[in-house]
Design a protein around this ligand. Structure first.
Ligand SMILES: [Mg+2]
Length: 125
């Protein structure tokens, strides 16, 4: 169960990393769009939590690249005060869901699990 967490705020990465590691996920974090793309290539996560607002390459650009190269990777967008327009753009680009900050960890965990289950259901050996 490989999960990649992408957020430019280190505290959010640390917090989510320990939360999911306690639940036996194999977690990596990235703090920028560029390093997120690198991590996707190397780590090949099944699910990704992706912050929209980051300096430089933002989450929307990362989403678009990831869905082009690795369409099976499930991407859950993490947003603070994004506009409806941005969220709709993400969904159009193939985002699998979105969650707003402040984060509800229970909701987030359920969603991650659900995305993983939908993957294993359609897995080829
Ligand atoms: Mg941010």
């Amino acid at each position: 169960m490989k999960l990649l967490i992408v957020d430019d705020e280190a505290e959010i990465c640390d917090f989510l990393k320990s939360f999911f590691e306690e639940r036996n996920y194999d977690v990596r974090v990235a703090s920028s769009g560029q390093s997120a793309l690198k991590a996707v290539e190397e780590f090949k996560p099944q699910v990704m939590l992706l912050d929209i607002k980051m300096p430089g390459m933002d989450g929307i650009q990362v989403l678009s690249e990831v869905k082009k190269k690795f369409p099976r990777t499930k991407v859950i967008m993490v947003t603070a005060l994004e506009t409806r327009d941005k969220i709709e753009e993400c969904l159009r680009l193939g985002a699998d869901n979105y969650i707003t900050k402040p984060l509800s960890l229970e909701y987030l965990e359920n969603d991650v699990r659900e995305k993983l289950e939908s993957l294993s259901g359609s897995n080829t050996p």
